[in-house]
Design a protein around this ligand. Structure first.
Ligand code: BGC
Length: 592
């Protein structure tokens, strides 16, 4: 099972100078780098941006101690600019006991010394900005590590200034309707603290006590944390786990009005004090609940909300060979308020979460994608994109084509642009967090520390080892996944309609062929995707577009125009897709 020699899918593949092919015909025009618009001039930059999630500890180690760091990441900014990334989402890099990949923060206002110094971080921000790349930091508001001085003070000194910073009770009898999120490890959201002799509330691990947002001092402390990072010059904040900030007995303690009120306050503060800085909501909730995190025109909340429900539907569609799930999910997606944008993704540093699907769909997903127990975690699947899709380059390309053409701004996960693999033998979600593979050396060009010092081991054997998958080799091979991905990002960038435009699902005579229009004032793109493992021919309805011309965006080749019956007939090989620009040539109409 190697993806290295797997032929790329046909269809709208923007080939880059493949030997023997007509280079001219397939060439994707190299766009001049756009000017980096100051945020003030382009306050909605995030609506057309491509985001890239990068784990500092796993990307590049500059001092060869086995842990990736800011200087390492800074040294790879040129690579990220070359790839076509507009913004980096950097998961928590603050001091942490690292019992939850850094989401267990023990000091919100510093950087973990393993990653470098605050000065290094500031240099990273400045250098990223020079390359037109924006920086989004991750902010865990809901909880801290139990090692945080606030918690230590709270447990030791109940009547002191931090005594009420956490949710303490003498008996664990409240909020029993709240579900347990980490069902693998936790059996209650309450844990007993022998020091204070009381129970504390936690929605995640028992070493991550929830902050008490009822306490105004907590709300102010959290705002000050955000001010601190905004002062340093970051461009946005990902708000981790926001549905759980407040609790209320008799509810599931998620998405409560008080939580929304606080997020809206935060937005007001950001708009007043740091205009242009964006907020991203991580709310793993059904679409009608998520959409509330955009807020209203009068009380805006977040600029971007992750679209959790569509993600598993993309994977299910590939196995069901049916567009039904994606169509239903899009139909259930409420319209976005002005200035809002969905954040879409295929994979990230967590498990591929299956919280938003039915029991039956979950069983199917496990059967298809996680047949072995160790491929599962919590309510989800802990695998990277390429191995998840059985090393099939065609499937990975189609999944990415959907990601890049469905409504939303795509969030890529480091290494997936290469087709990196995972290590299901590592604990928790570490299997998808292994070092970035830069070259074919034993340390993968990530670090030359001794193997036992690596924060997480490099995938050492098999089709995903660095000698098979690495940046250096991929960059030099025109048909690589990496070059394909880069060409796709360029192609997407040519059409702001993908970020800003409307989406209209179209009738297709074949349920395995998913077709939709993306449209803004300038452009109309018809996206057609064959979800099947076999070639398919379908008739697509294009109401009101009789005579309109179609041009393949990848190759520039014309396709037959829309018929008088307002349809097109299209044939696609297995897992192929097309992005076709649809134009109405007025002059020609007049000549006729
Ligand atoms: C992060 C996880 C983390 C959890 C608890 C999440 O939403 O994405 O990686 O384990 O918050 O901190």
């Amino acid at each position: 099972m190697t993806n290295r020699n797997d032929a790329p899918a046909t269809g709208a593949v923007p080939l880059v100078n493949v030997p023997g092919s007509s280079a001219k015909k397939h060439e994707v025009p190299d766009l001049a780098q756009p000017e980096f618009p100051p945020v003030a001039q382009d306050p909605q930059w995030y609506r057309t941006a491509v985001f890239y999630e990068v784990l500092t500890h796993s990307f590049k180690d500059s001092n060869n101690d086995g842990v990736g760091d800011f200087e390492g990441l800074r040294s790879k900014l040129d690579y990220l600019a070359w790839l076509g990334v507009d913004a980096l989402w950097i998961p928590p890099f603050y001091p942490s006991p690292m019992r939850d990949g850094g989401y267990d923060i023990s000091d919100f206002m510093d950087v973990d010394p393993r990653y470098g110094t605050l000065e290094d971080f500031k240099r990273l921000v400045a250098d990223a900005h020079e390359r037109h790349i924006r920086i989004i930091v991750d902010m865990v508001l809901n909880h801290t590590s139990d090692q945080h001085p606030w918690f230590q003070s709270s447990r030791n000194d109940p009547s002191g200034p931090y005594g009420d910073f956490y949710v303490w009770r003498s008996r664990p009898s409240e909020y029993l309707d709240a579900r347990i999120i980490f069902i693998d490890t936790e059996d209650s959201n309450w844990s007993f603290d022998p020091v204070r002799g009381e129970y504390y509330w936690h929605r995640f691990f028992d070493h991550q006590p929830d902050l008490n947002f009822e306490n105004p001092a907590v709300r102010e402390a959290v705002k000050n944390v955000i001010r601190y990072w905004c002062d340093i010059g970051v461009d946005g904040i990902r708000l981790d786990a926001i549905p759980y900030l407040f609790e209320e007995d008799g509810t599931n303690c998620e998405n409560l009005p008080a939580t929304h009120e606080f997020i809206a306050d935060l937005r007001e503060m950001i708009d007043d004090e740091y205009p242009g800085t964006m907020m991203i909501a991580e709310a793993n909730q059904p679409p009608h609940e998520v959409v509330a995190y955009f807020g209203t025109d009068a009380r805006p909340e977040c600029h971007v909300c992750f679209h959790f429900p569509i993600m598993p539907k993309i994977f299910a569609a590939l196995r069901e060979e049916s567009s039904r799930g994606i169509r239903e999910s899009m139909a259930e997606t409420p319209p976005l308020p002005k200035g809002g944008q969905w954040g879409t993704f295929l994979r990230n540093h967590d498990e591929l979460t299956l919280e938003m699907v039915t029991d039956e769909e979950r069983a199917d997903m496990y059967g298809w994608y996680a047949p072995e127990d160790r491929m599962r975690a919590n309510v989800g699947i802990r695998r990277r994109l390429m191995p998840l899709l059985r090393g099939s380059r065609r499937e990975v390309e189609l999944a990415n084509a959907l990601l890049l053409s469905l409504p939303g701004s795509p969030f890529l996960y480091y290494g997936d642009e290469l087709g990196m693999g995972d290590d299901i033998w590592l604990s928790d979600r570490n299997g998808v967090r292994t070092p970035m593979q830069w070259d074919d050396s034993p340390g993968a060009g990530f670090s030359s520390a001794a193997a036992e010092d690596f924060y997480l081991p490099v995938i050492s054997q098999g089709p995903y080892a660095p000698n098979a998958i690495n940046v250096e080799e991929s960059r030099s091979r025109p048909t690589s996944m990496l070059n394909w991905m880069r060409a796709m990002l360029k192609m997407r960038k040519r059409y702001p309609a993908f970020g800003l435009g409307s989406m209209t699902l179209l009738n297709s005579s074949d349920d395995a062929v998913l077709a939709y229009l993306r449209r803004d004032e300038q452009t109309t793109i018809l996206c057609v995707n064959n979800l099947s493992t076999a070639s398919r021919s379908a008739t697509i309805d294009l109401p009101g577009m009789s005579g309109w011309h179609l041009t393949d965006v990848a190759s520039g080749n014309p396709f037959p125009s829309v018929s008088e019956e307002e349809t097109i007939d299209i044939t696609l090989s297995r897992h192929a897709f097309y992005w076709l620009e649809v134009t109405f040539l007025e002059d020609e109409e007049e000549d006729e």
